[in-house]
Design a protein around this ligand. Structure first.
Ligand code: NAD
Length: 433
């Protein structure tokens, strides 16, 4: 990209959203500071290393770092005074079912305390609708200078974060201030996608609605998959037929082990709790959450049945640990719940993942980790496909057969061909096939 905008920007928080935002806006020709409180992360970034796996990100950050458009610091006083637009990209994790806003309050306090001229402060973090009034009041305690608080929620998907940020479906700008809206429209000129200017509360609710609707589609597909199992239908065919209806669309109808990750589970829980706070019982979402949790048990029952009714002392090979392909993110990954449940039932677990093993080691104890899937499959009583990495789609099943003790495949993402595997002598079950 060579579109030159040339603004002075700051990004607060060097996580998935912050680093992708920084890389993209630097590449569009802006000067950018990235402020991060974690010393280790800053050290790595200054060495040209991204602390997690996201395709293409390291290269793009390095390129813009070398071309001196990007700088990394722990210090707000270095970054904020010169910045016209400041993006808040800190985490908003789930704390006992509620949104933990402590990082947002921490970051906005430090921004306010270091302002030296009026600026636009953009909240990219996913925050409760209507919170801007509170944050504004809070920031005014630490500065007398003018600032405009705007909401531009982030919709990127991990694993596809760069294409999603250069070409999103939409850019939502939540502000009632025309000057701020125009400046942000100018800043986003090199970025594709439709534009929607709305109130900040609407922008924030759009983000939650989006992160609640997509899991709803997934849980719906999973419920139909259970019926497909019972009625002898094939859920892939059913979803293909369902998705052919343009009013429904084909995306997010893949049946399987359910959703995980850093966003869907926490945002579904947050919207349920935010609804409760204002006296609304969000029944659909509660069912979505329960359906998702039940999916792991459904998978466990399949494993147990295929293994002859007993998981205890079985050696099970789990392929895929990351919550989805293309990322090393293990937050709320299905693999965590599954493996912990298998261990409780007395199984021995051997696991493989192309990039997430180091992250997984922080959460999972007492299992074998193998970068090579064939090593993980050595002596296994069943192959459990959990994350549909490309390399697992293309396994050599003759080699798999030789490695395993018992030829059983339980496919949590419906990626394998039942007939072909059965021809090779495997017992196979997907979800809803
Ligand atoms: P993350 O946890 O990966 O990164 C947040 C970073 O902010 C961390 O590195 C943390 O050390 C840093 N930080 C915390 N407090 C700070 C402070 N006061 N000053 C400077 N740095 C600070 O989070 P993420 O996944 O990038 O998500 C950020 C926000 O964006 C969340 O609200 C999330 O819901 C939302 N979001 C995430 C995604 C995604 O796919 N990860 C997509 C869309 C929206």
């Amino acid at each position: 990209m060579c579109y030159i905008v040339g603004m002075n920007l700051a990004v607060i928080g060097a996580g998935y959203v912050g680093l992708v935002t920084a890389a993209v806006f630097a590449d569009l020709g802006n000067q950018l500071w990235v402020v991060e409180t974690d010393k280790e992360k800053i050290k790595k970034l200054k060495q040209g290393k991204v602390p997690f796996y996201e395709p293409g990100l390291e290269e793009l950050l390095l390129k813009n770092f070398e071309q001196k458009r990007l700088k990394f610091t722990q210090s707000y006083s270095r970054a904020i005074p010169s910045s016209e637009v400041i993006f808040v990209c800190v985490g908003t994790p789930n704390k006992k079912g509620k949104v933990d806003l402590s990082f947002v309050y921490g970051a906005t306090k430090s921004i306010a305390g270091n302002l030296k001229k009026p600026a636009i402060v953009v909240i990219k973090s996913t925050v409760p609708p209507g919170i801007n009034l509170k944050i504004e009041k809070w920031m005014k305690r630490f500065t007398k200078l003018e600032f405009e608080l705007v909401s531009v929620p982030e919709f990127l998907r991990e694993g596809k974060a760069l294409p999603d940020t250069f070409s999103p479906y939409r850019v939502v700008i939540g502000t009632g201030n025309k000057v701020a809206a125009e400046k942000l429209l100018r800043l986003h000129q090199g970025i594709e996608g439709e534009r929607l200017i709305c109130s900040s509360a609407s922008a924030q609710l759009i983000k939650y609605a989006s992160n609640a609707f997509l899991p709803t589609k997934i849980s719906f597909a999973n419920s139909i998959a259970v019926l497909a199992d019972k009625f002898g239908a094939n859920v892939d065919e059913v979803m293909k037929g369902l998705g052919m209806d343009a009013r429904i669309g084909p995306d997010f109808l893949g049946a399987g082990l359910g959703y995980g990750g850093s966003c869907f589970p926490k945002d579904v829980a947050a919207l349920i709790s935010l609804s409760r706070k204002v006296g609304h019982n969000f029944r659909i979402l509660k069912a979505v959450e329960k359906t998702n949790q039940a999916q792991i048990n459904y998978f466990l029952k399949k494993i147990s049945r295929l293994c002859g009714g007993e998981i205890k002392n079985k050696t099970l090979a789990v392929l895929g640990l990351a919550f989805k392909p293309g990322t090393s993110d293990m937050r709320e990954a299905c693999s965590l719940y599954l493996i912990k449940a298998l261990q409780k039932l007395g199984a021995k677990v051997r696991a493989s993942d192309p990039v997430a093993i180091e992250e997984a080691k922080k959460e999972l104890k007492g299992i074998g980790f193998f970068a090579d899937p064939y090593q993980a499959l050595k002596g296994a009583d069943a192959l459990l496909l959990v994350t549909e990495w490309e390399e697992y789609r293309n396994l050599d099943f003759k080699k798999v057969r030789e490695a395993m003790r018992t030829p059983i495949v339980v496919d949590g993402r419906n990626i394998y061909n039942k007939e072909k595997l059965e021809e090779l002598g495997f017992a196979y079950e997907g979800i809803g096939k």
